[in-house]
Design a protein around this ligand. Structure first.
Ligand code: GCU
Length: 321
């Protein structure tokens, strides 16, 4: 190291996430780190910690709350235990299509009331990331209808909405952190899980689970959250550069997501020999719809946002309609 005797006064900015270094979200965070390090490298050094190196998502949210780290990626699912408003994006069958989902999530009228709701809890959401559609996958029994889930232990994220969703679908919800799922599947502690296609490949779940059933029950975004004290301590100029960087994370991730999912499907089908099943979504949707009413009844402030999402659903209906 050059500069013997000089001390490096750059502020280290730590970002944690739970995906591998092959994952689109990692690619996007590295692009962000490069961007900030290039624009503001005299003041900051952004470091990205993948693969739960800093703990599980829940651990990382708590570290971001206290300022022990500056940013992390958290699934929207687990954020509802920090602010009830996040329940809305965990609702099954909330978005009619991927276009409705993307356009709604790009509209600050939809996201701001949710993203700003944790300011009192010490963190703010700075952008959202695509995490595709969530679908059921099982070790050795195909799922064609909700009846097929009866008696099955299915891993869900640690979120009351997800637990209730599984109850309505007739399965037995087994909440656990993402990093524990592979071993739980392999040792048959659970019969299956639900996630996007990258969980099959990047996390190896497709080595164990041979049936992946596209019921598409949820489109749950991932959320990049930042420590409030850090964000508020930035000068107006530096904050503007960070804001540009947050936008970059979103753009890079969404591009990388499309090709990542295509590659994952190809690998799961041809190398891991996972069978893809396309069941009728209608019975899954019908079983889950009471959850919309109960969540809205429990948090009426979500109603206007829910109504706005319905406008996007009308604009971008499901291809099946
Ligand atoms: C997806 C999502 C993660 C989440 C995981 C899970 O991979 O991108 O943020 O942790 O699902 O099911 O826990």
């Amino acid at each position: 190291m050059a500069g013997c005797g000089s001390s490096d006064s750059r502020r280290i900015v730590r970002i944690g996430h739970n995906q591998s270094t092959n994952h689109p979200s990692h690619t996007a965070l590295v692009a962000f780190a490069d961007f900030i390090n290039e624009k503001l490298g005299d003041k900051y050094e952004v470091q990205v910690y993948p693969s739960e190196l800093l703990g599980s998502q829940t651990d990382m949210v708590q570290l971001t709350q206290t300022g022990a780290i500056d940013f992390c990626i958290a699934s929207n699912a687990i954020l509802e235990t920090f602010s009830k408003n996040y329940e809305i994006f965990n609702l099954p069958f909330l978005f009619a299509s991927e276009d409705a989902y993307h356009n709604a999530m790009d509209d600050p009228a939809v996201t701001s009331p949710i993203f700003d709701s944790t300011i009192g809890a010490g963190f703010t959401a700075v952008t959202w990331l695509d995490a595709g559609t969530r679908n059921f996958y099982t070790v050795d029994t195909p799922i064609y209808t909700p009846d097929d889930l009866k008696g099955f232990k299915i891993r869900v994220q640690q979120s009351p909405t997800n637990i209730e969703m599984m109850r309505l679908l007739g399965g037995s919800a087994t909440p656990m952190g993402f990093g524990e799922v592979y071993t739980a599947l392999q040792s048959h502690i659970i019969d299956g899980a639900e996630n996007n296609e990258l969980a099959l490949t990047d996390n190896g779940h497709g080595d164990v689970c041979k049936y992946y059933s596209y019921d598409m029950h949820q489109m749950v975004p991932d959320i990049v959250i930042g420590n409030n004290a850090f964000l508020e301590g930035l000068s107006a100029e530096d904050r503007a550069v960070f804001e540009e960087g947050f936008l970059l994370i979103n753009q890079v991730q969404r591009e990388a997501w499309k090709s990542g999912v295509e590659a994952a499907k190809e690998y799961a089908q041809n190398t891991q020999h996972v069978n893809f099943i396309y069941p009728d979504q209608a019975p899954f949707k019908e079983a889950c719809m009471p959850l919309h009413d109960s969540v809205l009844a429990g948090n009426p402030a979500l109603q206007p946002i829910y109504d706005l999402i319905q406008e996007y659903n009308e604009m971008y209906p499901s291809a099946a309609e």
